[in-house]
Each structure stands twice: as structure tokens, then as C-alpha cells.
Design a protein around this ligand. Structure first.
Ligand code: PEP
Ligand code: MN
Length: 280
């Protein structure tokens, strides 16, 4: 038996003439033979912090840098991100290291500005049903990393991708980042079965976020390896030079030496599924 999705999902669905899509970001190809690792802090906190993080993840072999400037926080009292100032710091880290960058955009009115500073536009889990944003991203000239919503079914998630594709932007990367379940010991439940499932029903590349998916530092490396074994095209991992001081998501952030070890451990796992970890 194989999985079938609604025939109303057209552009995100796999078909005979569209088996797989590769998204190009500078010199990085997502959805090809090479597994792409995106890494960096949850939030861009300062110029020094993002440059230090960028250098560390590059030294470990990451292909791209992540870092949030517009942060979707549960409470209004939490750090909301540095906004445009944060985008500028991120762009500086890119210039410094040559790593393409991924950052979140929440408001359709900010898409133009964020696009000017970043290489990939991230839609966060909380915004996967922000339809004005999805429509606006259909007109964007940069690829979109579309996270799964906290409670999105696969068809709802693919329907969100459909908005971006229908709007004219063919470059969508799906990102599994855990869904709500009943366990309290992890932040979310990382749904790894969705990786081979998406490979059956969609042509879009799939990356996995084991950081938000678990919320627990010690679980990030095991789940990263499991994601690669399950067929993910890439990973997005939170790495912070000093997680104890992080302004967001410190408890799930790897320290640079832990990330370095993970990058080594991924190699044989990638080989076992006839892939290689992209290097720089
Ligand atoms: C993030 O990437 O830092 C983030 C907020 O992720 P999510 O939208 O998956 O919670
Ligand atoms: Mn985070």
C-alpha cells in the first residue's frame, strides 16, 4: 500500500513528470545527492555572536547559516529579535564566511526587506496558516523554507506550500519541526515518518529541524542521524557559541564542539543511505 493525498493538491504533489525538485541557494543545492546542513543560533543577538556562530558552523562543515531577526515568541515579554538591525548583522556574517543565510519573515509587509538581506525566507511553524504571507511569498524571488505547523496535517502543510507555488515561486523546501502531542518531556514530537511519506507524495525537498522538534540538546544529534537515515535532504540545527547565555532556545542549542562531533557522525549515516554530507 502507498500513501495517497487529495487530488486538489496539484503543484506540491509528485507526478510522473515532476519526481523531485532541487532548490538552488547560491552554490548550495537542496534536494540533490548531498545532504545540506543549515546551522546557527535561534536568534541573531549581536554582531559578535552571529559572526562567532557563523565561523563555528562553517568550520564544522555547515553549508548555510540560520539566525532569526524577526522572532515569533509565545509571550510579548520575551526577546522579539533585532528586526532589520539583526538582518544587517546576519548579512555581515554571510559576507564574513560566505555562508548563505536563512531567516524568518512573519509579516507580508517585511518580505521585500528580508529578501534584500537573506538567501532563503523561513516561514515559521506559527505562520504556516498566514495566508497573506504565503501569497506574498509566491511573488518573492528567493526560496522559501516552509516549516510544518505545530498541528498541521501533511495535507494542510502541502496546501500551504501550494499557495507559494501557485503564486509563482517554485522554490519551496519543506521543514518538519515536530508537532504537538501529549508528552511533556520533549517540547514537540518529531514526526520522522513524514520524511519517507513526503518522498512518496511530493517532489519538494525535505529538511528536518531536530532542535525545535525535541527542545532538548541531548536529543538533537540522535534525531539528526535518524532524520538522515529516514531520507531527509537536509537538517536545520540550532548552534550557539554559549547556549547558557542565549536569548532564545538555549536548552536545545548545540555547543560548537557538539555540532562538530555531529557533523562527523552524520557521515557514515549518510553513506548508509547512499548520500554524502555536503561540505564547504
Ligand atoms: C526557529 O526556527 O527559531 C523557530 C521559531 O522555529 P519554529 O517556527 O519551527 O518554532
Ligand atoms: Mn528557535
Amino acid at each position: 500500500m502507498s500513501v495517497k493525498i487529495s487530488p486538489r493538491i496539484k503543484l506540491a504533489a509528485k507526478s510522473e513528470d515532476r519526481e523531485s525538485t532541487q532548490v538552488t541557494v547560491g552554490d548550495v543545492l537542496i534536494g540533490g545527492e548531498k545532504i545540506v546542513v543549515i546551522a546557527g543560533p535561534c536568534s541573531v543577538e549581536s554582531r559578535e555572536q552571529i559572526i562567532e556562530a557563523a565561523r563555528a558552523v562553517k568550520a564544522a562543515g555547515a553549508s548555510m547559516l540560520r539566525g532569526g531577526a524577526f522572532k515569533p515568541r509565545t509571550l510579548p515579554y520575551s526577546f522579539q529579535g533585532h528586526g532589520v538591525k539583526g538582518l544587517k548583522m546576519l548579512a555581515e556574517a554571510r559576507d564574513e564566511t560566505g555562508l548563505p543565510v536563512v531567516t524568518e519573515v512573519m509579516d507580508p509587509a517585511d518580505v521585500k526587506t528580508v529578501e534584500d538581506y537573506t538567501d532563503v525566507l523561513q516561514v515559521g511553524a506559527r505562520n504556516v496558516q498566514n495566508y497573506p504571507l504565503l501569497k506574498r511569498l509566491g511573488e518573492a524571488g528567493k526560496p522559501v523554507l516552509l516549516k510544518r505547523g505545530l498541528a498541521s496535517t501533511v495535507e494542510e502543510w502541502l496546501s500551504a506550500a501550494e499557495y507559494i507555488l501557485h503564486g509563482g515561486n517554485p522554490d519551496v523546501i519543506l521543514c518538519e519541526r515536530g508537532i504537538r502531542s501529549f508528552g511533556k518531556l520533549t517540547r514537540f514530537t518529531l514526526d520522522l515518518a513524514v520524511v519517507p511519506l513526503l518522498k512518496e507524495v511530493s517532489h519538494l525537498p525535505v529538511v528536518v529541524d531536530p532542535s525545535h522538534g525535541t527542545g532538548v540538546r541531548s536529543l538533537v544529534s540522535p534525531m539528526s542521524k535518524a532524520a538522515v537515515a529516514a531520507g531527509a535532504d537536509g537538517l536545520i540545527v540550532e548552534v550557539h557559541p554559549n547556549p547558557e547565555e542565549a536569548m532564545s532556545d538555549g536548552p536545545q542549542s548545540l555547543r560548537p564542539p557538539e555540532f562538530m562531533a555531529l557533523m562527523e557522525e552524520l557521515k557514515p549515516v549518510a553513506r548508509s543511505v547512499k548520500r554524502v554530507v555536503a561540505g564547504r
